[in-house]
Design a protein around this ligand. Structure first.
Ligand code: HEM
Length: 473
């Protein structure tokens, strides 16, 4: 009796174990009434799944190896979540555009807490639509046209610092530039007093964003959460000051505040405004800096192209000097080759290799089941490297953009309701930079070849270069 009692807990434990295993198995292999199967693929190791492989391997080979083995839709397990990756334009369009109501945006909770839970990225429905319209209206070509000379001022402050510094590290320099442009866009011109201290706090936030989400004293995550609080408070005071002065002011902040004064429109709270200001700076800064860093690398590696871009920019420079004027919006519209080089950079670098959505219900796709709660990742990079849509995809070839890409095949700025509202600003920023860079300096890449992920793929060590001022007439 005693011995049968002593094995009872073991039997109960074994029973629970089998039950738990069965539940987990069922959640992974659930079939809908139509008995759909899950997509093919490997879920990797327990819990870590294929996370390490995804973030350490060359993303091109991670995706293409699986695509070759399983096809355009396959399952995997990333950051503790079961995922389905998709790499066809048709399926990406389904998730991001035509059936987007079945897939909600999703981010790890730690990232949401850090940027601010009320930021545009994390929402759907009327709140998202309202915010998106306001952000888009602030970044329309008609609006950013007026910022050309201020953006040029930022370039003209940055480039002369290179003259005393033959060796520079490209990525941090590009981050300085993109950060200043982002600040200009959100606060407008009269910003000096407003933005004091924001940069330091922001840098702390960024370090924590890319660290382990461990909220213990003195961890980068913990410091970042503190910086976030201070940033929030700073923004609250800026809003208060603007309100007291009776002026809503310029930039995206001005757009938000002005919209709050319009009768009958949805009102944004201070914390909603702060989350979205932090969010936009975040979205604008690292992405554009990474794109510019790749642009310098690609131009350096393709001397004939660099030569042609220089010629295009020299022509504009000569016209400017003749007319004794600075660069204008119209100049930036007359840079066809440089524009194609930027398009090709965005394809080849695919800064956001993919995005995340989550199925809000069981969804059937290509005869497979995507269970409710699973993440769905449209793979922009795989589509950009498909030889079907971009022949010879490993070649850096801007001439491919002499013809418009097929619909839904070129998505450096995403697609659908959550696509990037800052695409025109990012391109303008790059055009103005390339104009002054190529007419002022030549550069030589030093250091080793390779790619680093932090979190976007960037040239190894941030691309150290040696710069040499070019002789001017
Ligand atoms: C080369 C630079 C940039 C790249 C490659 C890029 C890429 C993207 C992509 C792919 C998305 C869609 C993400 C998704 O669907 O989940 C996105 C969204 C977004 N981007 Fe950009 N972006 C860049 C620059 C900017 C700039 C300069 C701004 C400043 C306004 C900006 C603001 C945003 C915002 C606010 C969203 C979220 C939109 C929403 O959720 O509705 N981005 N970006």
């Amino acid at each position: 009796m005693l011995s049968s009692l002593s094995i009872l807990p073991i039997l109960v434990f074994l029973f629970l174990l089998v039950l738990a295993y069965d539940l987990i198995r069922r959640s992974y292999h659930r079939t809908s009434p139509g008995r759909l199967r899950l997509p093919p693929g490997s879920m990797g190791w327990p819990y870590i799944g294929e996370t390490l492989k995804l973030f350490t391997e060359n993303p091109n080979s991670f995706f293409s190896n699986r695509e070759k083995r399983y096809g355009k839709i396959f399952k995997t397990h990333i950051l503790g979540c079961p995922c389905v990756m998709i790499s066809s334009p048709k399926l990406a369009k389904m998730v991001l555009v035509s059936e987007s109501h079945m897939f909600k945006p999703t981010y790890p909770l730690s990232k949401e807490k850090m940027i601010g839970p009320e930021a545009v990225f994390f929402h759907q429905g009327p709140y998202h639509t309202h915010l998106k319209k306001l952000i888009q209206s602030s970044f329309l070509p008609s609006k950013i046209k007026g910022s050309v000379s201020q953006i040029e001022d930022i370039v003209l402050r940055l480039l002369p610092t290179w003259e005393h510094n033959h060796t520079i590290n490209t990525l941090p320099e590009m981050k300085k530039y993109a950060f200043e442009v982002a600040m200009l866009s959100v606060f407008g011109k009269k910003l000096e007093s407003e933005i004091e201290g924001i940069k330091g706090l922001y840098q702390c936030l960024e370090k924590g964003y890319n660290s382990m989400p461990l909220d213990l004293p003195a961890t980068p995550f913990n410091k970042a959460m503190k910086a976030r609080k201070a940033l929030h408070e700073k923004l609250r005071r800026v809003i208060e000051k603007r309100r007291e002065s009776g002026e809503t002011g310029e930039g995206l902040l001005g757009t938000f505040m002005l919209s709050n004064e319009v009768e009958g429109k949805m009102k944004l709270s201070e914390s909603q405004i702060a989350d979205n200001i932090i969010g936009v700076i975040f979205a604008a800064h690292d992405t554009t800096a990474t794109a510019l860093t790749w642009l310098l690398k690609y131009l350096h590696d393709n001397p004939h192209l660099l030569h042609a871009v220089k010629r295009e920019q020299e022509e504009i420079r000569c016209k400017r000097l003749e007319a004794k004027r600075r660069i204008t919006w119209d100049d930036t519209r007359r840079m066809p080759l440089t524009t194609r080089v930027i398009q090709e950079t965005l394809r080849a670098a695919s800064i956001l290799s993919f995005t995340y959505r989550e199925a809000v219900e069981d969804v059937e796709m290509e005869g497979y089941l995507i269970p409710k709660g699973w993440k769905v990742l449209p793979l922009f990079r795989s589509i950009h490297y498909s030889s079907h849509f971009f022949p010879n995809p490993n070649k850096f070839d801007p001439s491919r953009f002499e013809v418009a890409p097929q619909p839904n095949t070129y998505m450096p700025f995403g697609n659908g309701a959550h696509s990037c509202p800052g695409s025109e600003l990012a391109k303008l920023e790059m055009l103005i930079f390339v104009h002054h860079l190529t007419t002022t300096f030549r550069w030589e890449v030093i250091g080793e070849e390779g790619i680093q992920y932090g979190p976007f793929p960037v040239p190894r060590d941030g691309l150290p270069i040696k710069v040499y001022p070019v002789k001017k007439d």
